[in-house]
Write a protein that binds this ligand. Structure first.
Ligand code: KIV
Ligand code: ZN
Length: 523
């Protein structure tokens, strides 16, 4: 069913974390992680979930189709290039949804027209044929002129009109390279609304990238000019500098409703938990000073502004932490905390666990509590992320590790299970992490190249847990593994092994030439 817009103040939220976000190098998510994120988006009231790019790989197809089958209220959308087989494949994946949508696109700017070597008339014909084909399959069709902000205005008006006549119900205007600025973004939407026949019968969407740091401002300016769908991702995840951040546009319209009188269907109290979860599964941590969801975004409460805030909360606070679901639960748990307390704390953090899952997490929690006196919310989030990322069914598993390091040199001894069989190795290296990674490589030889090794302390103190992210690349596939432990070296090897497990699963599912990055923008 196509979205109808009777309420002029309603702005639809189109989340593309699982497509444009996941497409950013290294942010690959597993099938189960995608389903979990889709469930969270659905529950928080996202109107349209762009669940993937079905033609890109079997994995993408299966994810879109499974998300379509389970979505409760969100419209489920898949991306398709302007090619009939892409559109057919997309429809096969989304058709199971209660409300399916096909999103087809083609690059319309001079630079993009040159790639398939189509002149303006030939491209116009492709647009007509592909949108017509999509509309014959599905009554909810979105069309995007990629790089719209660098497309000649006359040509943009011409192709938008063709797409509308061919049956597109949403026209998305992408600022593909993050080139536009707020005044220009608004003027473009206004121009299309004024000049294109039929423009008042469809919904205009805005899709902004953040290369110049203006994605949020550009999206909101487009809404002011008449766009009624914002395309965005959680934490602004996305290629290069990312996409418009969902939490930023939604909270901006809520907090400044006086000057942006637009409504969304988003339950903002679900923002913090989904932000944390997307950071974990994508391996892209949120910067501390990130608007809305950064660790420091509400720090004035306990920092230097505390006095003012205590006297009058509005002195420094334009929104409440609870508005985005921060339930001031940062009271430490410890080794005497029981199962019920752990369950309730995890529930506050957005993890609703079945009894058997809780038992597993409780064992890990007790092990952590033996090593760390006070366990804070962030420790629990890290623990949950580690539990999800490294499981007992993994092909490669770390069993035991001993490292000797110091001024006399570094040596590591490691025992691992490879498909259930125990293997061990001793290696030296240039530092303890290098020594341990050398052990892994001699037990499980790999061509994968290390692209990123990153360590974060979860909380303060020398007994803090470290979360480690390891990004690997092999044959064009990029994956990220992550792990948490109070022992940084153990966390490092678990993250490395986790990444190797992901790479193995991914190479079984996709041939290198079927990879998303290689098909994404080519006609
Ligand atoms: O940025 C972009 O142009 C896109 C399109 C595929 C909509 O993501
Ligand atoms: Zn994009």
């Amino acid at each position: 069913m196509a979205q109808t817009m009777t309420d002029k103040s309603r702005v639809l939220i189109f989340d593309t974390t699982l497509r444009d976000g996941e497409q950013s190098p290294g942010a690959t998510m597993t099938h189960d992680e995608k389903l979990e994120i889709a469930d969270m988006l659905d529950e928080m009231g996202v109107d349209i979930i762009e669940a993937g790019f079905p033609i890109a790989s079997i994995g993408d197809f299966e994810a879109v189709s499974d998300i379509a089958k389970r979505a409760k209220t969100s419209t489920i959308c898949g991306l398709a290039r302007a090619k009939l087989p892409d559109i057919d494949r997309c429809w096969e994946a989304v058709k199971h949804a209660k409300s399916p949508r096909i999103h087809t696109f083609i690059g319309t700017s001079p630079l993009h027209r040159a790639i398939p070597n189509l002149d303006m008339d030939q491209m116009a014909e492709v647009i007509h044929d592909t949108v017509t084909h999509a509309r014959n399959l599905c009554d909810n069709v979105q069309w995007s002129p990629m790089d719209a902000t660098r497309t000649e205005h006359d040509y943009l008006c011409r192709v938008v009109e063709i797409a509308i006549k061919a049956g597109a119900t949403t026209i998305n205007i992408p600022d593909t390279v993050g080139y536009t600025a707020p005044a220009e973004s608004a003027a473009l939407i206004r121009m299309l609304l004024e000049r294109v026949p039929g423009a008042d019968e469809i919904i205009f969407a805005t899709h902004c990238h953040n290369d110049l740091g203006m994605a949020t401002a550009n999206a909101l300016a487009a809404v002011d000019a008449g766009a009624r769908q914002i395309e965005c991702t959680i934490n602004g995840l996305g290629e290069r500098a990312g996409n418009t951040a969902l939490e930023e546009v939604v909270m901006a319209m809520k907090v400044r409703h006086d000057i942006m009188p637009y409504d969304t269907g988003i339950d903002t109290t679900k923002i913090m938990n989904i932000s944390r979860r997307v950071a974990q599964v994508s391996g892209f941590p949120v910067q501390f000073n990130k608007a809305i969801v950064g660790k420091n975004a509400f720090l004035h409460e306990s920092g230097i502004h505390q006095d003012g805030v205590l006297k009058n909360v509005e002195t420094f606070e334009i929104m409440k932490p609870s508005d985005i679901g921060i339930t001031e639960t940062n009271i430490a748990m410890g080794k005497h905390s029981g199962r019920a307390a752990l369950r309730s704390k995890l529930k506050d953090l957005g993890y609703d666990l079945a009894d058997n899952q809780l038992n597993d997490v409780f064992v890990r929690f007790k092990a952590l509590a033996d090593r760390k006196k006070e366990i804070y919310d962030d420790d629990l989030v890290a623990l949950m992320s580690d539990t999800a990322a490294n499981t007992a069914d993994d092909y490669l598993q770390v069993k035991w590790l001993r490292v000797v390091c110091g001024s006399d040199g570094q040596e590591a001894e490691l025992k691992m299970l490879v498909d259930g069989e125990e293997k061990s190795c001793k290696s030296e290296g240039d530092g303890p992490v290098d020594a341990v990674f050398n052990c892994v490589k001699s037990i499980y030889p790999t061509k994968a190249k290390l692209k990123l090794y990153q360590v974060h302390a979860v909380t303060e103190g020398t007994d803090a847990q470290a979360t480690v992210s390891v990004r690997l690349e092999e044959d064009g596939r990029i994956v990220t593994g992550s792990a948490a432990d109070t022992d940084t070296i153990l966390a490092s090897v678990k993250a490395y092994v986790g990444a190797l497990n992901r790479l193995r699963v991914r190479s079984q599912k996709t041939a290198p030439d079927a990879d998303v990055k290689q098909v994404s923008y080519k006609l």
